[in-house]
Design a protein around this ligand. Structure first.
Ligand code: HEM
Length: 519
């Protein structure tokens, strides 16, 4: 290539034909290889430069060690220890994967600030989630539209509503308890608990409208939905890929829910039956609002609108989606922790008999569960010690001044982390110890400011009271009626990250039936 031609400024300015000829000759002499190399250099420089600009003063690698992709490969197989060292690296830290810039907030106050700033952020959903959960789904609403819709759903998880769901839940707890104690050898309980929780959720949401076969179909295939919605995924749905299977199962599940909603409308609207599940309660609240029965309740106005069976099915699907992984995670840790601690088991059994006046056959109800203070403290401590959701990804809608010195750029992902606040030694002394007794004299910070298990702000978990009620009742029943033997391995205490967190060995348990009347 001829790059040695020299020009005077006059020539350049006034000798147009020469300029054209020279440009032509340069152009003709540049090889494609040179063009490609130049482009690559420009892109790499741009990538590193943008990283530096967005990173500003916060913690994070000095430059992108893997150009463009960043720590993409690590993100395919996330490790708890790597997350933890990231949180420990600073209150605000960052990574950049492809063109996505990710800010991680690890302190309690910053996590709370982000979760409570709907003006600047909204929950981040992977592109494929909109296809799987459908664009019309309420979870994609933002701002006032979201708050209004949510207010209409609150009635489904009020104390009054939760009470309605207990009998159906207890029926299925009994069925599964019987199944577990009848196994003749120890086995991995990660899949068992996933199935149990799926069945309990589906019965709570759809009552007896859903069949056993439909529950099995959903329980067997649900993991495909989790796999399809991983944070890093190919955004186009190609046949027979993870996302294709995920969408297929989601569509089949929503169709089942749609049919259940139709049956529930007949029961509640036409036959005047009493609500027995979430769908019934929703339809009942709509009916009440329509008939103007509850004019003192401002939320009833929001339910006046008739929700179609399709809308109900989409919302119920989000409940399943939001609950399945987190609840299975809680079940694994809770039963692992309890079976390793005979002193905790003893106290639970004492309390269970005491609240039932020594008659273990007394059925569960809300008052009874509310009396189970110690059992409830064990559930809370398990949620604190091993919080199922480590962090919640949000996206920045407009430049967000997170601190006096750092502004998160528009379009970046910002991730408040929940784990560090729940292991803050100033609020929970000896944070890495499991101490249910700490809840006996709980401080405001323990309950409120640091209690980020369920998030906070406008998107705080809709099922938070439901979770505590369900698990307190279930833990009490299971521990009273069975001896749980944990077959420990070297991996039992290690944390596996699969959307939520699980013991790395998938929890090997053995259940033995016992006489619940003896201590
Ligand atoms: C151990 C069990 C559970 C844990 C740890 C958990 C945790 C969470 C967390 C951390 C969030 C995000 C909150 C935020 O962005 O501030 C969330 C949202 C949500 N959860 Fe849960 N959850 C659990 C079970 C459930 C259950 C059983 C249901 C339903 C019955 C449920 C329904 C929801 C819904 C609908 C949202 C989204 C709310 C919104 O965007 O307005 N969750 N949950």
């Amino acid at each position: 290539m001829n790059t040695t031609s020299s020009f005077t400024l006059d020539q350049i300015q006034f000798d147009l034909p020469t300029i054209i000829n020279t440009t032509k000759s340069i152009y003709q002499n540049i090889s494609w290889l040179q063009v490609i190399i130049s482009l690559v250099v420009i892109i790499l420089t741009y990538d590193q430069l943008m990283y530096q600009i967005r990173k500003g003063s916060i913690a994070g690698p000095a430059f992108k060690v893997w150009p463009i992709i960043g720590p993409f490969l690590e993100s395919l197989d996330p490790k708890f220890e790597e997350y933890k060292s990231k949180w420990d690296s600073g209150d605000l830290s960052c990574v950049s994967i492809f063109h996505k810039f990710v800010v991680i907030a690890s302190s309690r106050d910053l996590a709370r600030k982000i979760l409570g700033s709907p003006k600047y952020v909204k929950p981040c959903v992977v592109d494929v989630a909109i296809k799987i959960l459908r664009p019309t789904n309420w979870v994609f609403l933002d701002g006032k539209a979201h708050t209004d819709y949510r207010r209409g759903l609150n009635g489904l998880f009020s104390q009054k509503a939760l009470e309605i769901y207990i009998p159906v839940q207890e029926k299925y707890m009994d069925i599964y308890l019987k199944k577990f104690v009848n196994y003749d050898s120890p086995r991995q309980f990660f899949p068992e608990f996933r199935e149990l929780l799926c069945a309990l959720s589906l019965r709570t949401f759809c009552g007896d409208y859903i069949t056993e076969e439909q529950i099995s179909l959903i329980a067997d295939n649900y993991y495909r939905i989790t796999a399809a919605l991983e944070l890093v995924n190919f955004p186009i749905i190609l046949p027979y890929t993870k996302t294709w299977y995920g969408k297929k199962i989601a569509d089949e599940t929503m169709k089942i829910f749609e049919d259940c909603a139709a049956m529930s409308k007949v029961e509640i609207n036409d036959k005047d039956s009493k609500p027995a599940c979430v769908m019934d309660e929703w339809i009942y609240l709509m009916k009440q609002a329509r008939e103007g029965h509850d004019e003192t309740n401002p939320d009833s106005k929001l339910l006046v609108r008739e929700f179609t069976n399709r809308e109900i099915s989409e919302a119920i699907f989000t409940f399943l989606f939001a609950s399945q992984d987190a609840s299975s995670s809680l079940a694994c840790w809770l039963f692992q922790i309890v079976s390793d601690r005979p002193d905790v088991v003893k106290k639970i059994r004492e309390e269970q008999l005491r609240v039932r006046n020594n008659d273990p056959s007394v059925p569960l109800d809300l008052n009874l569960i509310n009396e189970m203070t110690y059992t409830n403290n064990v559930v809370k401590e398990s949620l604190r010690y091993r919080p199922p959701v480590l962090m919640v990804p949000y996206v920045v809608k407009q430049s967000f001044p997170v601190t006096d010195t750092y502004t998160a750029p528009k379009g970046s992902m910002i991730i408040p982390t929940l784990y560090p606040a729940l292991h803050d030694p100033e609020v929970y002394p000896q944070p890495d110890e499991f101490i249910p007794e700490r809840w006996e004299n709980a401080t405001g910070d323990m309950y409120k400011r640091n209690w980020l298990v369920f998030g906070t702000g406008p998107h705080v978990c809709l099922g938070k009271n439901y979770v505590l009620m369900l698990f307190t009742g279930m833990l009490g029943k299971f521990v009273m009626n069975a001896d749980l033997i944990h077959h420990k391995t070297d991996l039992s205490e290690e944390i596996k990250v699969f959307a939520t967190i699980f013991p790395k060995d998938d929890l090997i348990l053995e259940w033995k039936s016992r006489d619940p009347t003896v201590l």
